[in-house]
Design a protein around this ligand. Structure first.
Ligand code: HPA
Length: 246
């Protein structure tokens, strides 16, 4: 069963024919909200809004462990994350959709592993390719078949938030090799890997990152809603295509 974690601007999936909602209790506390089960083009799917259904949970307070645990417990076989980002690379302007292939983690103080206590052996998951290659391929093929242009590959910098970055911080991220910046990519991707769940992301560029393009002197989210709304419509088509091809 396909699991979708919706980010900013995606607190519900328009194409999900809802069948039931379920409050899941986890050993790691409360998920961001109940899981929504249903079908997309006839295929079973489960959805959770990362920031809560009323968008009230900031990135650093999302219970990533509870969300991933709940989806795994519910029978998810893979997770597609949908997340808005800032574009660092010049060609990744607002409205672009990118399927990232790498991550750099700048977050701190987040519960970033399911491994706790002394009763289980220490496991070092392989994270060379943080996004599942096969799931990325499925997303890219679905985008192509749905006629939606997406950028194949980007280095995602996960920042702590909730504040946006300074221009110098974005310069530093760029020197590190980052192409896009967001606040929720980690530890979500690593937790999915710990659970053995293939994970990939569809990222929507909402704005030029600080100091870039029209964010040279400040980030203005004036057009944000419109940009995300349009991108979400495109994401919806990509997701439908994934389900149609299953
Ligand atoms: N920085 C970090 N996270 C973001 C941004 C940004 O510019 N835009 C959307 N999410």
């Amino acid at each position: 069963m396909l699991a979708i974690i919706g980010g900013s601007g995606l607190t519900q999936l328009a194409n999900l024919a809802i069948e039931r909602r379920e409050v899941v209790r986890t050993p790691y506390g409360e998920p961001s909200g109940p899981l929504t089960f249903g079908r997309i083009c006839g295929q079973p799917a489960v959805f959770i809004a990362r920031h809560g259904y009323g968008h009230t949970i900031p990135p650093h307070e999302v219970n990533y462990r509870a969300n991933v645990w709940a989806l795994a417990h519910a029978g998810a076989t893979c997770i597609v994350s949908i997340a808005s980002v800032g574009g660092i690379r010049a060609d990744l302007g607002p409205g672009t959709i990118a399927i990232p292939d790498q991550i750099i983690d700048y977050t701190w103080g987040r519960k970033n592993t399911f491994q706790e206590g002394m009763d289980s052996p220490v496991v070092h998951i392989d994270f060379t390719q943080p996004y599942d290659a096969e799931l990325r391929r499925i997303l890219l093929d679905a985008a192509r078949d749905a006629g939606q242009a997406v950028v194949d590959g980007a280095v995602y910098a996960a920042t702590q938030g909730p504040r946006l970055e300074s221009a110098a911080e974005i310069d530093r991220l760029e020197r590190d090799g980052a192409d896009i910046v967001g606040m929720t990519g980690m530890p979500e991707a690593a937790l999915a890997r710990e659970k053995g769940l293939p994970y990939a992301a569809i990222t929507l560029v909402a704005n030029h990152a600080a100091g870039r393009g029209d964010s040279a002197y400040g980030i203005h989210f004036a057009n944000l809603e419109d940009i995300l709304k349009e991108s979400m419509e495109r994401v919806r088509r990509i997701i439908e295509m994934i389900c149609l091809k299953k």
